[in-house]
Design a protein around this ligand. Structure first.
Ligand code: CA
Length: 235
């Protein structure tokens, strides 16, 4: 073998990026620096061997996509769809989630992982992730069950997209809390209805009225309650 040449181009066999360049005939690889690669372009490398008689033969690599930008997070939602906007849910053991990322250069070549973490004051709590990073390949949704989410903790689903060049982006759903207990109330009672002349200026939200068992008013019922507390969903 007398000579080995390498050329790189935007088409198979092309040399528009790197013109036919002689490399060491004893090497089986070569690296080229300072190339003017374009993001999103595909390049093909052609290796040509020429023998002493002048015969030559070539082989061309598959196209390599250049992508130096990470995926772009668009949206992630927890389902089912009817519950997407719901902050408090009663289901502590299962969830659906779906997401959208874009990568103009790598197209559909994104792979995904997801996890569920608690969120503390807007920041993921890395120490409280009931579901660790779990790969779903190229799927853009997941259905999970057998979870043991805690009541009253704000959770969200985090999704990490990775493109073929290894660049990643992470997005999250809105947070939600699990609430499996009804509000607690200390009771409600009918109250005395004051004549309007007395009630004027009285804030019924703040002044306890006497309990009654009968009343003279024919067009009004007053009820007061107290101590209604929902531990997990403060309003
Ligand atoms: Ca990209």
């Amino acid at each position: 073998m007398s000579d080995i040449f390498v050329a790189i181009g935007a088409t198979p066999g092309g040399d528009d990026l790197l013109q036919r360049t002689r490399v060491s005939p004893t090497d089986t690889s070569a690296t080229f620096y300072g190339l003017d690669l374009a993001n999103g372009a595909t390049y093909y490398t052609t290796v040509t061997a020429v023998d002493q008689a002048g015969w030559e033969t070539s082989a061309t690599t598959n196209g390599i996509i250049v992508d130096w930008t990470p995926p772009l997070f668009i949206t992630a939602t927890r389902g089912p769809p009817a519950a997407v906007a719901q902050y408090a849910v009663t289901d502590a053991s299962s969830l659906d989630a779906e997401w959208v990322f874009e990568d103009l250069e790598s197209g559909n070549g994104l792979t995904y992982e997801w996890r569920v973490c608690a969120q503390m004051v807007g920041v993921p709590d890395e120490t409280e992730c009931p579901v660790p990073w779990t790969s779903v390949g190229t799927a853009t949704n997941v259905t999970a069950d057998a979870l043991s989410l805690l009541q009253g903790v704000a959770y969200h689903v985090l999704v990490r997209a990775t493109n073929p060049t290894g660049l990643t982006a992470t997005g999250a759903t809105a947070v939600w809390v699990v609430d499996t207990t009804p509000p607690v109330t200390a009771g409600a009672e009918a109250r005395f209805v004051a004549p309007s002349s007395v009630a004027d200026g009285v804030d019924l939200q703040r002044v306890p009225l006497p309990s009654i068992e009968s009343q003279f008013a024919w067009d009004t019922i007053v009820v007061q309650w107290q101590g209604i507390v929902d531990r997990y969903v403060p309003r």
